[in-house]
Design a protein around this ligand. Structure first.
Ligand SMILES: [Zn+2]
Length: 59
């Protein structure tokens, strides 16, 4: 299922909300590093951790 995730960058600790099936790589807005990689399906987390998961209702 597609969801939204609140994630935290492991480099700088910035929190952000991303889409679990984003079609583009996700960059941290603070240090501009790619922290989650688009795979065409569920996104692959590289340098971040999930803090919270939101269901589709939050759209
Ligand atoms: Zn960061």
């Amino acid at each position: 299922m597609s969801e939204f995730w609140k994630i935290r960058c492991k480099r700088c600790g910035t929190n952000m909300i991303i889409y679990s099936h984003a079609s583009r790589n996700i960059r941290c807005p603070k240090d501009n590093e790619i922290i989650a990689q688009s795979t065409g399906g569920r996104i692959h987390l590289i340098d971040c951790e999930i803090l919270e998961v939101y269901g589709q209702r939050k759209l």
